[in-house]
Design a protein around this ligand. Structure first.
Ligand code: KG4
Ligand code: ZN
Length: 345
């Protein structure tokens, strides 16, 4: 059954409610005519003691959070449920039980309010987070999308014409951060902690393996192994090696991950001739990477765009803005759509 809006007069503003529940953040946001009015996120501390996200606990927390989170996003935006023109939700990829909570909630709203339903791909939404700010990149642009599960270089011809031209063949950049942090005894997610300790460390103190992968694809598993062997050898000589050198190790690990990302991005820009360069995803919150991209942009003559921190890590504003562009293109869906853990576009 195709749900169509019957209660929106033509020329009225378009107000999208976005819902994100793909992993361990329950988030809702409201976007009106391409501008974000609210962006509310409830994290889930229940996973901290397990060193990673526990899927079943994530689903349960989403069920507890979804109603108050949507309610708060609407209130912060000053919008009533009846003002919403369409509801957008993360349909894929992610933890299936977590996705089901958001998708079922969005479908129920679409049905009860008789408004269009819009299925959004989480990784496309990360890219379109670059269209939230006033200073938007012109098309075509390249986007380095770096998250906990993905590392991609995406060529964007228009809001809905996105093509992956490079991606990781093994671990994602976020996993490289998190797994390195785990080896250092830091809690999950370790990426932000490596960022924090790296700020007072020497990035040139230690060097880790650099993958020699041709083309635009990435590999991070060799770096992780190189860090593991390095730590094993050093802690054998000095059991306090990690605590005594934590800042320098973090800075050096971060330096290697950043150099891998930036060198592929340079290659992609040279191959495509595109000079509008964006970044997206949780790892784009990394202060070293933000600085490196800005400096590389100056050297290379690129126009660089980096979303505000709140739009880098998982959020629903990116789902709402993607929903807005999909609604403009009449890309709505019907209630038979299911959630999908898979990441194919
Ligand atoms: O995009 P995101 O919030 O969720 C996914 O879609 O995966 O990305 C989460 C990833 C985690 O691996 C986390 O450690 C990493 O982003 N991350 C960071 C930083 N903030 C989040 N990595 C390095 N430095 C940060 N400041
Ligand atoms: Zn994400």
């Amino acid at each position: 059954m195709q749900i169509q809006s019957t209660n929106q007069p033509i020329n009225q503003s378009t107000t999208i409610l976005g819902i994100e529940s793909s992993c361990d953040e329950t988030a809702a946001a409201v976007c009106r005519d391409g501008r974000i009015l609210s962006n509310f996120i409830a994290g889930q501390s229940v996973h901290e003691q397990y060193g990673g996200v526990v899927p079943e606990l994530a689903s349960r927390a989403h069920m507890q959070n979804i109603v108050p989170v949507v309610d708060t996003a609407l209130k912060q935006a000053g919008v009533a449920l009846t003002d919403i023109s369409a509801v957008a939700f993360t349909q894929a990829p992610g933890l299936i039980g977590a996705l089901l909570v958001g998708s079922q909630f969005a479908k129920s709203l679409s049905l009860s309010l008789n408004i269009p339903l819009i299925a959004v791909h989480h990784m496309q939404a990360h890219v379109l987070a670059n269209l939230i700010q006033d200073n938007k990149p012109a098309f075509p642009f390249l986007c380095l999308t770096v998250s906990g599960g993905h590392t991609q270089i995406v060529l964007c011809e228009s809001p809905l014409q996105l093509k992956i031209i490079g991606q990781t063949i093994d671990d994602a950049a976020g996993e490289a951060f998190d797994k390195s942090a785990k080896l250092l005894g830091l809690p999950y997610p370790g990426g932000p902690l490596i960022d924090k300790y790296a700020q007072t460390g020497n990035p040139k103190r230690f060097t880790f393996a650099e993958p020699q992968l041709p083309g635009l694809d990435f590999s991070f598993s060799g770096v992780k192994t190189s860090i593991l062997y390095f730590l094993q050898a050093e802690t054998k000589k000095n059991p306090h090696f990690i605590e005594e050198n934590l800042a320098d190790i973090c800075a050096s690990v971060q330096e290697r991950i950043i150099s891998i990302l930036i060198s592929k991005l340079k290659k992609a820009a040279a191959q495509t001739g595109i000079r509008n360069i964006c970044m997206a995803g949780g790892v784009s919150a990394n202060s070293g990477l933000r600085k490196a991209l800005t400096e590389t942009g100056l050297q290379q003559g690129w126009q660089v765009f980096i979303p505000a921190f709140e739009y880098c890590t998982d959020n629903a504003a990116m789902i709402a803005i993607t929903g807005y562009y999909k609604l403009l293109a009449a890309q709505t869906t019907d209630l038979s759509i299911g959630a999908s853990a898979k990441s194919e576009w």
